[in-house]
Design a protein around this ligand. Structure first.
Ligand SMILES: Cc1cc2nc3c(=O)[nH]c(=O)nc-3n(C[C@H](O)[C@H](O)[C@H](O)COP(=O)(O)OP(=O)(O)OC[C@H]3O[C@@H](n4cnc5c(N)ncnc54)[C@H](O)[C@@H]3O)c2cc1C
Ligand code: FES
Length: 276
């Protein structure tokens, strides 16, 4: 059940320059969360910054009542979070939103494409797919600007998934964009392979993942959007996204509608999105 919880910080680690992994204690969130869902964090008890900040749930261990976040320090809110200490308590709303659909087919292969901090929800997703279908069904493609931006490579490898890595500057793995590795992967598949694609990362990367997936005729392609948010619960309309299809009963002739990423997402079928 979604709720507002006072969560205790258990660990706080800088896993790479300006990337922090925070482990929190909250049995309710650890038990209820599904891969692709997120939480909304009140970074301070003071009034600035006023709005909570949204973060994907990165890992859960229901048996110990813990879950973790993985985030990049880019502004005031994440700066405040980065200096919190084990033992501190933080107010968190969650788990929120609709997560990834991993399907029911034991034959499908699953390809996860992460750009930078987009790896955060995909480690949880990797664990869920491994538990249900086995890690031999999973390929993870993770990319970053430089090798410092490659997150969770070790964790993905240790899970038993196949892992491909790229960097824009060639400092680690394939020299180029992660979407080029996706293109190669799809071109080299055995005939009749059913492929489910999942992606999180920069907007332009996900748009390209959606295009490549459509052209390759994959079984499904899901993307986790990170539109700016405020309330996180479908009230303020601060996170709207244009998607295909008119609202039922809409007589305006429009073939698109606005939807709340926080309530109806953050995971969407890529085919639904109107990419702008
Ligand atoms: C569903 C969802 C899941 C997310 N998961 C992660 C994650 O796992 N790891 C991670 O590093 N980041 C994640 N983000 C992005 C994260 O919320 C922002 O980086 C964070 O809110 C920035 O806060 P700030 O105060 O440090 O930055 P600010 O100083 O407020 O802004 C710096 C930059 O962050 C963007 N930003 C600010 N507020 C938000 C907001 N509420 N939502 C989205 N972007 C914002 C701004 O456009 C600006 O470019 C997620 C966003 C969403 C919507
Ligand atoms: S953040 Fe308020 S409606 Fe989505």
């Amino acid at each position: 059940m979604k709720g507002v919880y006072e969560c205790k910080i258990i660990e706080q680690n800088e896993v790479a320059p300006d990337y922090i992994r925070t482990v929190l204690e909250c049995p309710e969130i650890a038990r209820e969360a599904r891969a692709g869902q997120f939480v909304n964090v009140q970074v301070t008890r003071a009034s600035d910054p006023l709005l909570r900040r949204p973060f994907s749930i990165h890992e859960v261990t229901p048996e110990s009542g813990r879950f973790s976040l993985l985030y990049c320090v880019i502004g005031r809110g994440t700066q405040i979070m980065s200096i919190m200490r084990p033992g501190d308590f933080v107010s968190i709303v969650g788990p929120l939103g609709i997560g990834f659909d991993i399907g029911e087919s034991p034959e499908s292969e699953h390809v996860l494409i992460a750009g930078g901090c987009g790896a955060a929800p995909l480690l949880f997703l990797n664990d869920a797919i491994c538990d249900k279908f086995g890690c031999d069904k999973v390929t993870v493609l993770t990319g970053g600007h430089t090798k410092e931006d490659l997150l969770c490579e070790t964790e993905f490898r240790e899970s038993g998934a196949r892992v491909g890595v790229s960097t824009d500057d060639g400092s680690c793995g394939y020299h180029g964009f992660i979407t080029e590795l996706l293109q190669q992967h799809l071109a080299n598949r055995a005939p009749n392979t059913k492929t489910r694609i999942y992606s999180c990362g920069p907007h332009d990367m996900m748009r390209e993942v959606a295009r490549i997936s459509r052209e390759a005729g994959v079984e499904s392609c899901q993307v986790s959007l990170e539109n700016n948010m405020a309330c996180g619960i479908g009230v303020c309309m601060g996170c709207v996204q244009k998607i295909k299809g008119a609202t039922p009963g809409d007589k305006s002739g429009r073939e698109w509608r606005r939807t709340c990423v926080c309530k109806d997402g953050p995971v969407f079928n890529a085919e639904e999105i109107i990419w702008e």
